[in-house]
Design a protein around this ligand. Structure first.
Ligand SMILES: [Zn+2]
Length: 171
């Protein structure tokens, strides 16, 4: 039996979570018709900007306007992945041109990509086969601050403690 994909709990500030409105979650995109309806409702200028996305625990892509909190997009629930996505349309075919796992609310590991690929495949949206930008989140054992590791420098920017090589944010 294939292992279930891991899910990520919200690990961000509790005051942001407290503002999540019931029923205010991001738009579910479970097929191309859903996406096209959603895309048609966005101002044309906005389509060049990244949108907030999560993959909910049923494996479905949910989209929300740029700068929306991931925890709001997810309706406060755990996710299989989260980040930002930009879309382009070439010859009538939709592609997610930029996809990152940048979500400081959920800090998903880069290994969450398969859940994103599956959700995009289901929605009939092209992608390049991986995140276009990988964000490496680690929790410092020393000061417990959240770090984004840059250029494979696994050292806490707050206290200089070495950071683990494996994802550990929700420890
Ligand atoms: Zn530290």
């Amino acid at each position: 039996m294939p292992a279930l994909p891991r899910s990520y709990r919200y690990v961000g500030p509790s005051d942001i979570r407290a503002r999540v409105q019931p029923g205010g979650a991001g738009q579910r995109i479970s097929c191309l018709a859903d996406f096209e309806r959603w895309a048609a409702a966005q101002p044309a200028l906005d389509m060049a900007d990244p949108f907030t996305f999560v993959i909910d625990t049923t494996g479905v892509l949910r989209l929300a306007p740029r700068r929306s909190e991931h925890v709001a997009c997810a309706g406060g629930e755990p996710v299989l992945s989260a980040g930002e996505m930009t879309f382009g349309n070439e010859s009538g075919r939709w592609t997610a041109t930029e996809i990152t796992n940048h979500s400081t609310g959920y800090c998903p590991d880069t290994s969450s990509w398969p859940a994103v690929a599956e959700a995009l495949d289901r929605a009939g949206i092209n992608h390049a086969g991986d995140f276009t930008q990988h964000v490496v989140f680690r929790r410092c054992h020393g000061c417990h601050e959240l770090n984004i590791v840059r250029e494979a420098d696994f050292v806490c920017v707050f206290c200089d403690t070495d950071l683990p090589r494996r994802w550990n944010v929700d420890g």
